[in-house]
Design a protein around this ligand. Structure first.
Ligand code: CA
Ligand code: CA
Ligand code: CA
Length: 461
């Protein structure tokens, strides 16, 4: 009896030893329907029709709850798959949804299949830091769009130091707190908020001077390797200026989230293009007095000021011509004519006084110049609003900072003349309509065209 027992026992041991040496049929060596982690060398840049099927069954993700998937794989196994396939020390990966394992045209390649389409980086040095038996974890929260990698990430970045840099920090690198669970966060106070939109990057160093391969981790909320001046991430807070925000980067899913902690209401713009607040300062011009007909007509014009701004407004219609205001400001000594105009195609002079300011608007553009006897200088920081009315007229409103003109409102008198102007051509200044009204000749006046009628502000008694 004991003898038989010994034979049975030894048979079991021999079989056991044999079995452990023979490859086990595991059943996971063929592709089945599902989500896979796929590295760029497995499919990027390949033509779908002729590509070889290289998605690895070993990299299949398992369901991890609502629309989420996860793959946990031993570091030594992953290193075997990835061996010699890094690009400058980086492995790039995406998620691929396999539908029919035998028909690659049914698969969905998140992030795209071109060589430089977005992917998630794993630094070789980060993977090499994993012990053989510890697990690398891949996460996916399947995005609605297929041309993004936002929603995909892994746990290889957990030991990294990451920095937030952007307009809220005046582009200084601020270290984020590593929560050791894949998330990094930082609270930023914005001392002088000037916008409801912020620009930023998540940066893997405390300065801009980083090299390959670390630079692959630079992230802009959409893409990694976001290193250029023009590929900052942006985030818009709804109609408020943030003064304190919390930013959270989740490396497990490659997401950046902003939380508004404190904010202020943005200051109202000095002009909005709605002229109902102008009252009698908006002067009406006859609707049918243009020398050039209905399509080059001046309807309303006005000039006024408050403690901060000189305002100009107009309602007009032009076809290839410009709406123009020339003004004499009592506290400035300007030019006798427009001969220094940078376009060299305006020839106006004032019968009395001098020209200190020129404003023109056209099509999509406008410009304001401070005029002196020697120069037309562009005025900065002008607030400008323009819109078209249903009947095809253009409404413009501009606020010109008095400080930019080098004057204050004290004892200021403004005399403004408005016109629908064309060019100076062979000694004729072409002009369709004036406000206040004065003669336009036959639509052209021998240059220089003299202006004698002005809207005066404050109005003379
Ligand atoms: Ca008119
Ligand atoms: Ca003047
Ligand atoms: Ca007129």
């Amino acid at each position: 009896m004991k003898k038989y027992l010994w034979v049975i026992l030894s048979t079991v041991i021999v079989l056991g030893v044999l079995f452990s040496c023979v490859p086990k049929p595991t059943g996971d060596e063929t592709l089945t329907e599902g989500y896979y982690v796929a590295f760029d060398f497995q499919f990027k840049g390949e033509d779908v029709e002729s590509a070889t099927t290289t998605i690895s069954p070993l990299l299949k993700m398992a369901s991890n709850g609502d629309n989420k998937y996860k793959l946990s794989i031993r570091a030594d196994k992953l290193r075997q798959i990835l061996e010699d396939n890094d690009k400058e020390g980086v492995y790039w990966w995406n998620v691929v949804r396999v539908v029919d394992p035998n028909d690659r045209s049914t698969w969905t390649f998140y992030g795209g299949t071109e060589e430089f389409d977005p992917s998630v980086p794993i630094l070789k040095e980060d993977l090499d830091a994993f012990s053989n038996t510890s697990n690398v974890e891949f996460y996916a929260d399947i995005p609605e769009s297929t041309n993004t990698i936002v929603g995909f990430g892994d746990n290889t970045k957990i030991g990294r130091e990451l920095y937030f840099v952007g307009s809220p920090t005046e582009w200084l690198h601020q270290k984020m707190t590593n929560n050791d669970d894949g998330t990094y966060e930082l609270e930023v106070t914005i001392a002088t908020p000037t916008s409801s939109t912020i620009s930023y990057k998540i940066w893997p160093a405390d300065n801009w001077e980083i090299a390959e391969p670390t630079i692959a981790l630079a992230f802009n909320g959409k893409n990694y390797y976001a290193t250029g001046d023009n590929d900052n991430g942006t985030y818009a807070f709804d109609s408020v200026y943030p003064t304190k925000i919390k930013v959270t980067f989740d490396a497990l899913y490659s997401t950046v989230k902003f939380e508004l902690k404190e904010s202020v209401t943005p200051p109202t713009a000095p002009v909005d293009g709605y002229l109902s607040d102008w009252g009698p300062e908006l002067v009406e011009d006859a609707a049918g007095d243009s020398k050039w007909g209905n399509n080059n007509e001046l309807f309303k014009a006005g000039v006024k000021y408050d403690d901060e701004y000189l305002y100009i407004a107009g309602v007009y219609k032009v076809n290839g011509n410009n709406f123009m205001c020339l003004a004499d400001l009592s506290s400035l000594n300007g030019a006798t004519d427009t001969s220094k105009h940078p376009w060299n195609n305006r020839s106006y002079t004032f019968g009395t006084g001098d020209i200190d300011l020129a404003f023109e608007s056209w099509g999509d553009g406008f410009n304001v110049w401070k005029v002196t006897s020697t120069d037309f200088t562009e005025v900065k920081d002008v607030s400008f609003a323009r819109f078209s009315t249903d009947d095809g007229n253009t409404v413009v409103e501009a606020a010109i900072p008095l400080s930019e003109l080098g004057i204050t409102a004290e004892s200021l008198t403004v005399k403004g003349a408005f016109a629908i102007t064309g060019n100076l051509d062979s000694g004729t200044q072409w002009i369709g309509d004036f406000c206040p009204e004065q003669t336009c000749g036959t639509g052209g006046i021998t240059a220089p065209a003299t202006i004698d009628a002005f809207i005066v502000y404050p109005a003379e008694d």
